[in-house]
Design a protein around this ligand. Structure first.
Ligand SMILES: Nc1ncnc2c1ncn2[C@@H]1O[C@H](COP(=O)(O)OP(=O)(O)O)[C@@H](O)[C@H]1O
Ligand SMILES: [Mg+2]
Length: 461
């Protein structure tokens, strides 16, 4: 058996016994043991304490021993697996599955208390999740995003990722995708919550808002620290999916991306704790600027991932179809020009409908791209957030038809190399610059819509 088969079987055994999938620490213990690592080494790599790692390990060996009907320990694990056949293990899963009612629930993650009312009879159908979507927009149409949904679902339900950043330029479909995801995976959660941070609420206000969704404690805590620990308790006791949308509104305008407004700085602590503390929930952050701590936490071995959302691709034809445009043979050209951005395509489709009777080929005869007023004002909100060095770099890019390396700008622009490099990096963190690798060089460019916007707004004036 190889490690992939082992993990799959371990996941099924754990699920049969506890009703929960393998978590990242259990996975790390199995992989580490397979590779001959010691507990201190595994604890080190997972930023867990050695004692906690050993506790989880011994529960794990017990589950595997029961499943396989043979004592499995850290010492003999590898040799048993090397001799074992997949079929022997598979039959073990059936055994555990049948014994499920008789076996007590095991707390896989010791700090993770289960739901305060664990199912007395696991055969009864799961209760409906408590869903509170607040002021989320109602989604009437949802096209494709099949791969994106399955990746995110896998991260949340299989890999038990605790913190996910869903990133991408405004209008690309982050809000829509996260609501589609909620719809797809709502069973299996106790609480599903969506909140937009578009008005930059303080952390305290957000916590107060979130806490009132859960069963009320006898006393409402007064200070933010206590509210954070109460929320973490809920995330441990219940399986929750919380989506915080418009996270970029916590960041300053006119400053490098990811720089928190002074009264929003303590969100960093919440995000860090959600990544580091053991619990059974997931927080998803939607943002058009990459939060800096995500970059840091992702590099360490925390269950933290980021997902950059791109073009809707040919599924965007459905948007054109729903707006009753004609000349289907030209739709892919239109989608390419507008980067498969659903919002840009919706706005342009309305324009085509109003001025060109829905005929895309007639519209495409104009000099492309044409940015209708709605699209311009949408872009203006994003460009207002840039720093002066970013604006200087972006206006240079607007004059270039071909992608260029960063070094191209040295001595062409009144910025030091460090300022230049940081400006390019910031523009990337705002998803405004595209990058391609060519012959071991990274080349950057502005897409045609942004180039046209910058030329008309900043270059010709
Ligand atoms: N997969 C999709 N199917 C249908 N419409 C979509 C899809 N993704 C985005 N849209 C539409 O595009 C517009 C922008 O999407 P939204 O989710 O608000 O983007 P973002 O949150 O990234 O700014 C919305 O009007 C939305 O209805
Ligand atoms: Mg949104």
């Amino acid at each position: 058996m190889d490690i992939a088969e082992v993990l799959k079987l371990a996941d099924e055994l754990i699920f049969a016994k506890t009703g929960e999938h393998i978590d990242y620490l259990q996975k790390a213990i199995l992989e580490g043991t397979f590779q001959g690592r010691t507990y201190p080494q595994i604890a080190d790599a997972t930023h867990s304490s050695e004692g906690h790692t050993r506790d989880i390990g011994s529960e794990l060996w017990q589950i595997l021993s029961e499943g396989f009907g043979k004592e499995i320990t850290k010492r003999n694990f590898r040799s048993i697996l090397e001799k074992a056949k997949f079929d022997n293990f598979s039959s073990a899963i059936g055994r555990v599955g049948r014994d499920y009612v008789a076996i007590n629930n095991v707390n896989i993650c010791q700090e993770k208390a289960r739901s305060p009312t664990p199912p007395q009879n696991p055969q009864q159908t799961p209760t409906q999740p408590h869903i509170d979507l607040g002021d989320a927009p109602e989604i009437f149409t949802f096209f494709d995003r099949t791969h994106q949904l399955s990746t995110l679902e896998n991260w949340i339900t299989q890999q038990r990722t605790r913190l996910i950043a869903l990133l991408g330029i405004s209008g690309i479909g982050k809000t829509t995708l996260s609501l589609g995801l909620i719809n797809q995976i709502k069973t299996g959660f106790d609480y599903i919550i969506y909140r937009s941070l578009r008005f930059s609420p303080t952390l305290d206000a957000t916590l107060t808002n979130l806490l009132q969704i859960f069963p009320q404690p006898t006393e409402t805590p007064q200070n933010t620290d206590t509210k954070i620990s109460q929320l973490l308790n809920h995330l441990r006791n219940y399986r929750c999916l919380i989506v915080l949308d418009d996270v970029q509104m916590l960041f300053c305008s006119g400053q490098p991306p990811g720089e928190y407004k002074s009264d929003c700085e303590d969100y960093q602590l919440l995000f860090k704790l959600i990544a580091e503390v053991c619990h059974q929930s997931c927080l998803m952050l939607n943002s058009s600027e990459k939060p800096r701590e995500i970059v840091r936490l992702e590099k360490e071995y925390h269950p933290v991932r980021s997902f950059e959302l791109g073009s809707l691709g040919i599924a965007a034809k459905e948007i054109l179809n729903s707006q009753k445009l004609s000349d289907r043979e030209t739709w892919e050209t239109l989608i390419d020009i507008y980067q498969g951005n659903p919002l840009w395509l919706e706005l342009t489709a309305t324009l085509i409908q109003e001025l060109f009777g829905g005929r895309v080929s007639e519209f495409l005869q104009c000099e492309m791209p044409i940015l209708d007023e709605g699209l311009q004002s949408q872009l203006s909100q994003q460009f207002q957030r840039l720093t002066q060095p970013e604006l200087a770099v972006v206006t240079h890019f607007a004059n270039l038809a071909e992608p260029v390396a960063v070094s191209y700008f040295f001595n062409k622009i009144a910025l030091s190399p460090a300022e230049l490099v940081n400006a390019v990096r910031s523009l990337r963190s705002r998803f405004l610059l595209d990058a391609v690798e060519e012959e071991k060089i990274t080349l950057f460019s502005l897409n045609p819509v942004l180039r046209h916007y910058v030329q008309s707004r900043y270059v010709s004036n």
